[in-house]
Design a protein around this ligand. Structure first.
Ligand code: NAI
Ligand code: MG
Length: 343
């Protein structure tokens, strides 16, 4: 008989670039205090790995994730323009992490209160499949820029099914499909069509409606409470997930999960924040909440709930906040306060 709680679960740990090591350190201290069940395989990726052996995604890191099927990852710097391809995109492709899940809940009451929505983003297709190139004309090697997107019906069905299953499992009432089927008729039309097919199987359990992406962006600001689960194509999901992070207090509070059939990688939505790296002032909440999603993923809802409660109390009852939330706490002070709340 399987035991209710496996005592140790091997998981890959990538500290990441920029503020990555600082917020990861804070998160690991909190997970320790919580008694989280993970045993970490520490691996490198990103600039740290480039500096060491010229490869931003070393084979040993890939092997570890292949073994554990589970990773907690700090942000990785991607050089703009030239340089190497995004490690984040490569990880998604390698492990077919086709679902990107980004919950946004109000933690710090600000402009909007009581927001509780989840964005599910198709993570491997659309405009991110890298058919992005220039065509030379005359003596201009970059006279024309071309980008093509690809969505397959199978991929669209897969992500739609994921969103509806997620809704059922998490007691959500509605899935809103976000598209631009009036203009990108094929690329996002197929997405809407596949979602409608899948939605029919959930009739009576989960509602479905749809929005054109630009209208959706406006309505998210005017009345975000009308939404529950947002199901988006890759590019639209990228944009709207930063927007919903903004609705609930900014990138410092927004976690994300990249989920496939064989592996799942948990991370903060934000990047490596080079402007504040090394100063010890970064907000570790997004990564801590990502660790919370990871606990839920391995069936430790109990620990995830305790973690979120401790973070909530630290922010609101103790009023201990980092500078991005107009507080004075350092990353370490914040971590210690959360640990005190975990008691
Ligand atoms: P960014 O998210 O790193 O920073 C945007 C702004 O938010 C900056 O002012 C930063 O200081 C602030 N910020 C972000 N996280 C914060 C935190 N935890 N606490 C306090 N303030 C925080 O986005 P940016 O500057 O566009 O990207 C920097 C690098 O990160 C780039 O190389 C980019 O490619 C990479 N990146 C990596 C991601 C990942 O690994 N998943 C996601 C997004 C960007
Ligand atoms: Mg993004």
């Amino acid at each position: 008989m399987p035991t209710a709680h496996a005592s140790t679960i091997p998981a890959t740990l990538i500290a990441g670039d920029g503020i990555g090591p600082e917020i990861m350190d804070a998160t690991l201290q909190v997970l320790d205090a919580l008694g989280a069940p993970f045993t970490w395989e520490r691996c490198e990726a990103g600039m740290a790995a480039v500096d060491r052996d010229g490869d931003p995604l070393p084979p040993a890191t890939l092997d570890s994730i292949r073994r554990t099927g589970l990773a907690l990852k700090g942000p990785l710097t991607t050089p703009v323009g030239g340089g190497f391809r995004s490690v984040n995109v490569r990880l998604r492709e390698t492990f077919q992490l086709y679902a990107n899940v980004r919950p946004a809940r109000t933690l710090v009451p600000g402009r909007f209160e009581n927001i509780d929505l989840v964005l599910v983003r198709e993570n491997v297709g659309g405009f991110y499949v890298a058919h992005d190139y220039y065509i030379p004309v005359g003596d201009d090697p970059r006279a024309v820029a071309v980008s093509t997107g690809i969505n397959t019906r199978a991929d669209c069905r897969r992500i739609a099914r994921f969103a509806f299953e997620y809704a059922v499992r998490n007691g959500r009432r509605k899935v809103t499909v976000v598209h631009k089927a009036n203009i990108l008729k094929a690329l996002t039309g197929i997405f809407l069509e596949a979602a409608r097919e899948v939605a029919a199987e959930y009739a009576g359990r989960v509602e479905m409606d749809d929005r054109i992406v630009d209208a959706c962006a406006m309505q998210l600001v005017l009345n975000p409470w009308q939404f529950d689960v947002l199901l988006c194509t890759n590019l639209f999901g990228d944009i709207l997930s930063d927007q919903i992070a903004g609705l609930v207090g900014g990138l410092g509070l927004a976690p994300g999960a990249n989920i496939g059939d064989d592996a799942a990688i948990f991370e903060a939505v934000h990047g490596s924040a080079p402007d504040i790296a090394g100063k010890g002032v970064a907000n570790p909440v997004a990564l801590m909440l990502a660790a919370g999603l990871m606990l839920e993923h391995v069936g430790r809802q109990d620990l995830a709930v305790r973690l979120r409660a401790a973070i909530h109390q630290t922010l609101n009852e103790d009023q201990i906040r980092t500078a991005d939330l107009k507080g004075k706490a350092t990353t370490q002070e914040f971590a210690r306060a959360v640990i005190a709340r975990l008691g």
